[in-house]
Each structure stands twice: as structure tokens, then as C-alpha cells.
Design a binder for this molecule. Structure first.
Ligand SMILES: O=C(O)CCC(=O)C(=O)O
Length: 328
């Protein structure tokens, strides 16, 4: 079984690993914390009387009522990390509960990751929590936090320190069953062999493969559908994006990343730390409070700048690395 995961990962650039996580002990605690976060927001915008009526409703109904009333989006508040960009000195609360810290250190997840990058593992700060809305507003259609994610290679989102030097693996975790209809990821099998190609600045400041419109014409693409409990691991060079959420429901997921211990994270301004090592002395971050304070310190350091990290796009001077039909 484990040989198959690695084989698939190397050949296709991804592997869907079934039944890694347990709903009750791994998934539900995060959904409970998400529910509490939503109630805090509801507390800000609704009267006490309205709140007591709302609290009887399921998560999704409360979410839709909140966004309808406020005409706002809350994708930064539900994200696991501070936003990339913000108004100078604007502190936006983010979503970093103990349940997520527990998942990040989960032995079940690390056992899969170690098959790919070995037994010495750092948590990499390139990580996101996504609550994707159905029928998202046009202006947010291509915003990967709430709408579609553009075509990219994860290595394209790293800075020059990490690029080419870091063995990065993505662990994508669904908190709702994810299908073509509600906007699962789409991947080009084998594209992990194409090398790192030119990216450009896409919608909402995101990183996008240059000429990505050609991918649909040239490539065989497969949907990465997953059930709750499964995880999807991605190679850092896999071409992938996500489909629109055409269902009536929210699509909730998190992408965590890990790299070989000691290698550059590719986002040096944000925290990375050892989560698995044969030498216990390497594990310096031991509890939830330390994790929260590490992230908060790095956010506070960036408040004056108005950004937490910069995207240095992988742009080669020549166009040989532009995506084109030669990558079929
Ligand atoms: O969840 C998504 O829509 C996209 C995730 C993704 O592109 C990633 O984790 O790199």
C-alpha cells in the first residue's frame, strides 16, 4: 500500500490516500471550532434575540444568513494564517484553533508525509483554510480562498530561497465531501515532470501559470475528488487548480504543507518548525500556545508593512519556460 502511494505520487504528481483521518477525532473538532468562530461573528452583527434564534440553525444556514446580512466575505477570518496583504496596521483575526494544530502534528498525516520526504519533517507555513461558497460573486470568482483557485505549481508560490531547493509536499484535507460539482481540484497527471515553469500574477494577486488557458486545450486533466477522512498529497510541481463550486453547499478544506527538515520554507517571514525527528531535541515547538504566539509575532512584525510575505513569481528571462503545447 505505502509503495503504491509513493509510486503514484512520483508518476502522476499526486495521490489520494483513503481513510487516513477519523471523522470524530480529527475532522469534527475543526468543524466545531469553525462553528464557534461563526458564532463569534454572528455575535458582532446580530442582536441577542436574533442570535438565540440563529444558534438553532445548522452551520451553513447561519453562514449564509451572516454573509447575506453583512454583504461581506469572511475568507480571511476563516483562514488558518494572517492575510498576505492588508491595510497597514490592520489586524485581522484568523482561524488557528487547537484542533488545527493537532491535525498539523497528526501522526497519521506525518506517516504519509514521511513516505515522500523521509522521517525528518518541518511544518511549512504555506498553508490555507478555505470555505468556498456556491454562486460566489463575480468579483471573487477567481479568488482561491472563496472561489476557484487558478492553475499553479505550489513551488511557484515559494520565494527564491525555497524554489529548487526544498522538498515540499502538500497535504490537502477535505472537511466536506469534495466532488466535481462542488469544486474539487483538477490536476494534470505527470505534469510534475515538466519542471518549474513561468508563472504570472493572476487575479487577486494570486500566482498563476503563464498561458494557463492552453492547459484546457492541451492536457488530460483529472478531478481530485475526496471523501471526508481521505487526504490528497500533491507534488510541488503538479499543475493543479480548482473547479467552481456549482453546488448549493459550502466546500470546506485545508491545505497544509511540509518540507524536509532544515530546508528553506520558501516563506521565511512566516513560522516553520520541526514536527518530526529521530532526535527529540529538534522538536522545539511543543504546545498550542507556542504555535499561536509564533504566528502572532510574525503577523505583528509585518503590520507596519501591510503584507506578511511577497510573491516572487518564477519568471525566467526567456520564454522557453512558458507553458505551451510542447508540454502535452
Ligand atoms: O483547495 C483548493 O481549491 C486549491 C488548493 C490548492 O491549490 C493547493 O493546495 O495548492
Amino acid at each position: 500500500m505505502s509503495k503504491k502511494i509513493k509510486e503514484n505520487f512520483n508518476k502522476k504528481g499526486f495521490a489520494i490516500v483513503k481513510n487516513v483521518l477519523n471523522y470524530k477525532s480529527d475532522i469534527k473538532p475543526v468543524l466545531n471550532d469553525l462553528d464557534c468562530k461563526l458564532n463569534t461573528l454572528i455575535g458582532k452583527y446580530f442582536t441577542t434575540k436574533e442570535q438565540s434564534r440563529l444558534c438553532k440553525l445548522p452551520f451553513q444556514d447561519r453562514y449564509f444568513i451572516l454573509t447575506k446580512k453583512t454583504k461581506k466575505t469572511f475568507h480571511n477570518v476563516f483562514n488558518i494564517r494572517p492575510p498576505q496583504k492588508f491595510e497597514k496596521n490592520e489586524y485581522i483575526e484568523y482561524f488557528n484553533p487547537q484542533s488545527i494544530f493537532n491535525l498539523l502534528k497528526s501522526k497519521k498525516i506525518l506517516a504519509v508525509v514521511q513516505k515522500i520526504i523521509g522521517k525528518e519533517i518541518d511544518s511549512n507555513p504555506i498553508q490555507t483554510f478555505r470555505v468556498k461558497e456556491p454562486s460566489v460573486a463575480k468579483s471573487n470568482y477567481m479568488d482561491g480562498l472563496i472561489g476557484r483557485t487558478p492553475w499553479h505549481q505550489d513551488e511557484g508560490t515559494m520565494n527564491n530561497k525555497g524554489r529548487f531547493k526544498t522538498d515540499l509536499v502538500t497535504v490537502w484535507i477535505p472537511f466536506t465531501k469534495t466532488t466535481k460539482k462542488n469544486g474539487c481540484m483538477l490536476a494534470v497527471p505527470g505534469s510534475n515532470k515538466f519542471g518549474l515553469i513561468n508563472h504570472c500574477a493572476g487575479s487577486k494577486g494570486q500566482v498563476e501559470i503563464k498561458n494557463s488557458e492552453l492547459i484546457h486545450k492541451n492536457c488530460k486533466m483529472v478531478p481530485l475528488e475526496a471523501e471526508i477522512g481521505d487526504i490528497i498529497i500533491l507534488n510541488k510541481r503538479l499543475f493543479h487548480c480548482s473547479l467552481p463550486n456549482n453546488s448549493k453547499n459550502l466546500r470546506i478544506s485545508m491545505d497544509l504543507r511540509y518540507n524536509k527538515a532544515g530546508q528553506p520554507s520558501g516563506r521565511e517571514s512566516l513560522p516553520s518548525f520541526c514536527v518530526k525527528s529521530r532526535n527529540k531535541k529538534n522538536i522545539k515547538l511543543n504546545n498550542y500556545q507556542e504555535w499561536v504566539s509564533l504566528w502572532d509575532k510574525s503577523y505583528k512584525r509585518s503590520l507596519k508593512k501591510g503584507y506578511t510575505f511577497k510573491y516572487n513569481l518564477p519568471i525566467y528571462k526567456h520564454s522557453k519556460k512558458d507553458y505551451s503545447s510542447k508540454y502535452k
